[in-house]
Design a protein around this ligand. Structure first.
Ligand code: MLT
Length: 205
């Protein structure tokens, strides 16, 4: 069996749930950072929480950037496939339901989740993308019609411009995804109320 090449934490689903949440931290986080959020979103779901392999001055990330909001696109595509391959291997290793993997990412973790939808959509069924931006504009037309994606953004976020977040939602919609874009009166920081809204959304996804 192939090796699991990312440092990660795995908690199996409970109470008959078939869902696994792929948990993806923001810059400087690790595989423990977002577990409490995953627990709120769906306490019965399994969690596959991954640590990004790229280090920026010691801070883990999922892909390299050249400056704030300026991504190293070659590295982004390489890391997207590397992470999608890891998820495929984890599906086999942990016997996960391949039709019920939900990405939950914050900031850099939301951006790599968006990139997986745009390059390797077969590994995800849904996503909760917290403070995501457009990672890359892929040329190919993918069919995302089975995918459910919630994007939660802050109106006063200095990192994610409003039009960039709207473009991301539009890119998913153009490819057929079922997308909800929620706006908060917040900046890049998260609030409990939006996590509760995401929990309700996930309950129906
Ligand atoms: C971050 O700090 O994580 C960024 O704002 C998002 C990114 O670089 O992917």
């Amino acid at each position: 069996m192939a090796e699991l090449t990312f440092q990660h934490i795995y908690h199996p689903p409970q109470h008959g749930s078939k869902r696994t949440i792929l948990v993806l931290h923001g810059t400087g986080g690790d595989e423990k950072s977002l577990l409490p959020i995953a627990e709120v979103l769906d306490p019965a779901a399994g969690a596959l929480s991954v640590r990004g392999k790229v280090l920026e001055n010691g801070a883990p990330r999922f892909f390299r950037r050249l400056a704030e909001g300026v991504f190293d696109l070659e590295d982004l595509v390489f890391r997207t496939h590397e992470l999608a391959d890891f998820v495929s291997t984890a599906i086999e290793t942990y016997q996960l339901d391949p039709k019920n993997i939900v990405a939950v990412g914050y900031s850099n973790g939301a951006n790599i989740a968006a990139s997986i939808f745009l390059h390797r959509p077969e590994v995800l069924s849904a996503g909760v993308l917290l403070r995501a931006m457009v990672p890359v504009e892929p040329a190919d037309q993918l069919d995302l019609s089975e995918k459910h994606i919630l994007i939660s953004e802050g109106r006063f976020d200095p990192i994610v411009p409003i039009d960039n977040a709207e473009r991301l939602a539009q890119m998913f919609r153009e490819r057929g995804a079922n997308v909800q874009l929620n706006w908060q009166d917040l900046d890049h920081r998260l609030a409990r109320t939006e996590i509760d809204a995401a929990r309700n959304w996930l309950g129906q996804a």
